[in-house]
Every structure is written in C-alpha cells, then in structure tokens.
Design a protein around this ligand. Structure first.
Ligand code: SF4
Ligand code: SF4
Length: 387
C-alpha cells in the first residue's frame, strides 16, 4: 500500500503547523526513512513568482520553516529554493525570497537560500519527450529533494500539487520551451511525470491550509481548506490533494499519465489521519479554462472542429490592470503576443492555450474568457461537477 497522511491544520500558526506535520510523520513512520545527519536536503518550494504568503500562490513560509527546522534538528544541511517563472538569475531569486518571507525562515532555522544558478543536463527517465532536462544543479546534487508544494487549481493542468511543483527543477526559461514542443495537455502531463521521475523527490508535502481556487496557479483566490498532505509517492499525495478538491484521477492529466505508467494505483492508496471526505471542498471554483465534456468523438470532424473553436478558452488583456511590463510577451511560447502601445496584443490563431501569460502576469491582468456557447456549457459542467 502507498501511505498518504492527510492532516487537518486550520491556520499558519507555527505550533499548529508543527503539530500537523508531526502527526503526519508519525502516521507514516517517516522518521525512520527521511534523511538526516551529514546529508544535504533541498526543500523545493513553490515560488512561482514574487508574491506574498497571503496570495496563496506560494508555499507558505510557516510550512517551509516547520520542515526546515525538522531537518536541521536531524543534523542535515538544508537548502531552500526554486526556479521561479522567468530567467534563473540571483537578482530575481533575491526578490522572490524577500517577498515570500523565506529570508527570515532561513535565518531562524540555520538553512541556506539557493543562489547558485548553475544548470546541469540530466538524462530524462522518459526519453520520448526529451533526452535530457536542464535542471538546477543545486537540487540535482543534493542528497535528497523534498517537494513542498502548494494546493492550487491550474488553468492548463487543472490541478497543481506535488508533481507539478517538480517542474521548477527545470531551470529558467527552458520551462517555456516545453510548452511549445508539447502543446497538447496529455503530452505535457507525461512530461511533468518525466521531470518528477527524473528529479525523484524522496518526500512530498502539500500546503493546503489555504489553497487557491479559480484561475490558478497565480490568478485565483485563496480558499481555506485546512489540509497538510504528505507521503513518499508524489502521485499518491496528489491523488489525495485532487480528492480534497473534488477532482478524480481523470480530471487531472498528470494523475492519468502517472496511472497509465503504473506509477499510481489508486486502489493501493491508504489515507491516514483524516478521510478525504472530511476535508473535501464541494463548491470549489474551477479554472475558467476547464475542459468541457458534453459531446462524444463520434461527431463529424468538421462539426467537432467548429465546436472546439466555438467553446475554446481565450485569453484577453484587462487594460485597466496592465502596467505594460511585457512579461507575458516574453513568456509566450509561440510568440503569439506582441506589445502595441504598451499593451499586449494576442494573435488567437497562434495561441496554444498554455496560459503561461496568465500564470506569470504580476498584475493578474490576463483573463480567460469564453464566447457565449462555451460559457453556457462551462456553467452546466460546473453544476454537474458539484453534483
Ligand atoms: S504581464 Fe500583465 S501587466 Fe505585464 S504587459 Fe502582460 S498583461 Fe500587462
Ligand atoms: S497568448 Fe498566452 S495562452 Fe496563448 S500561447 Fe501565448 S502565453 Fe500561451
């Protein structure tokens, strides 16, 4: 059986987080196998962009501090970091660490923040999608990676947790290139599994105390959930996280990909602590980009193509929020965006619906919308999802 601990924790009060983490470790018997004295542990946090802890975009510093203190007490050297969206540069890391509250966490726990931007090519486990991955050297060279993820909805992949968190092992702008090479989300899901299998985190923990719903991973809203989820198998941990979000394996392409490869067997998961039903969010707001399931593939091709185009999500710029920074343009994999009069313009024909622009806009100025038929069917699907 794959064991996953689901522990209730209703606030970021340090004592409460520690008690929930300790409960999870005890339920899993994790003290017996986690690294300790003489070893270097890399805490791979979710630091997507320069955001405060209250935004629910990043792993909360109280969770990072709890885990860092635990490994420090075991005698390990602890390095904290991520490769956020954008170029992998020390100056950008400094700004992200400062805003996230991790500078103080490192000081209090005697941990190090990673400023080493060296990159190393690592052979991929799944050779069909990439032969090697350009990975953050400090993570690769650590004795163990611990994935400290954030529970969030995700506009492209529907859900973000332990597996998606490992995509930050890929250094800097290389992350954007894979979207262009693998625009179809099932392919991209397999790539995420490849990256996770290549990086091999030894333990995964999801901060779902305050999660993100709606247009995650950066443009959604904080949602109180009260869950810390942890275990050795990142896909099993995500299966529980998705369950808390009211999603099943088929709703989440990464889980479907892991299952198809024999890395996730849901019937073999033993959930310890709380039951998923105890913490499930029945009325979770899904991303506006969510797939619409309403017709089968037996429609004539011309009709299904027309419907696909009629209902597909589109991105648009909210001019009242846009500050003209150009980050969306520089991160658009197919170069479907250009700046015109300091406002991004989108070529819909070139857009591959990867939502990188929405994910990395610091002002939440990129919005997802659908035309009437798409909006109507999306609402219908949401009601069905909520039962
Ligand atoms: S990233 Fe956001 S704020 Fe910056 S140009 Fe694009 S839409 Fe405007
Ligand atoms: S416009 Fe946005 S959603 Fe479309 S391809 Fe570019 S980054 Fe992706």
């Amino acid at each position: 059986m794959e064991q996953v601990a689901l522990c209730q924790c209703d606030s970021y009060d340090k004592e409460a987080v520690w008690l929930a983490f300790r409960q999870g470790l005890d339920l899993l018997g994790a003290d017996a196998y986690l690294p300790g004295a003489g070893q270097t542990v890399f805490l791979k946090t979710n630091l997507l962009m320069r955001k405060s802890p209250e935004s629910a975009v990043i792993t909360h510093p109280a969770v990072v501090e709890t885990v860092a203190a635990y490994f420090r007490e075991r005698g390990a050297r602890v390095i904290i970091g991520d490769s956020p969206g954008g170029p992998f540069l020390p100056g950008l890391l400094k700004a992200v660490y400062k805003e996230s509250g991790l500078v103080e966490v490192a000081e209090r726990t005697g941990s190090e923040l990673n400023y080493d931007v060296s990159v190393i090519d690592v052979p991929s486990v799944g050779k069909e999608r990439a032969n090697t991955f350009p990975m953050v050297k400090a993570m690769v060279e650590a004795d163990a990676i611990i994935s400290l993820a954030k529970l969030k909805t995700h506009s492209m992949m529907m859900y973000s947790g332990a597996t998606k968190n490992m995509y930050g092992v890929i250094a800097g702008m290389a992350k954007v290139d894979y979207h262009l090479r693998l625009p179809e989300y099932h392919d991209f899901a397999h790539l995420l599994v490849d990256v996770c299998e290549t990086a091999k985190p030894v333990f995964s923990l999801i901060d779902g105390i305050v999660a993100m719903e709606g247009n995650g991973p950066s443009g959604g809203s904080p949602r109180q959930v009260g869950a810390l989820i942890m275990g050795q198998n990142p896909y099993a941990v995500d299966w529980v996280g998705a369950g808390v979000f009211g999603m099943n394996q088929d709703d989440v392409p990464m889980l479907a990909a892991a299952s198809a490869r024999g890395l996730l067997q849901s019937e073999e998961i033993s959930v310890l602590g709380k039951a998923i039903a105890d913490l499930r969010i029945a009325d979770l707001q899904l991303p506006d980009s969510r797939p619409i399931h309403f017709y089968n593939t037996k429609l004539p091709r011309f009709l299904s193509d027309w419907l696909d185009n009629a209902i597909k999500p589109r991105v648009k710029v909210d001019k009242s929020r846009c500050v003209g920074c150009g980050k969306c343009v520089s991160h658009c994999p197919p170069h479907a965006m250009t700046m015109e009069n300091k406002i991004p313009k989108i070529d819909e024909k070139q857009c591959i619906c990867c939502f990188c622009c929405q994910e990395l806009c610091p002002e939440n100025a990129i919005q997802i919308h659908r035309r009437f038929l798409g909006r109507f069917l999306m609402e219908h699907n949401q009601k069905k999802h909520q039962g």
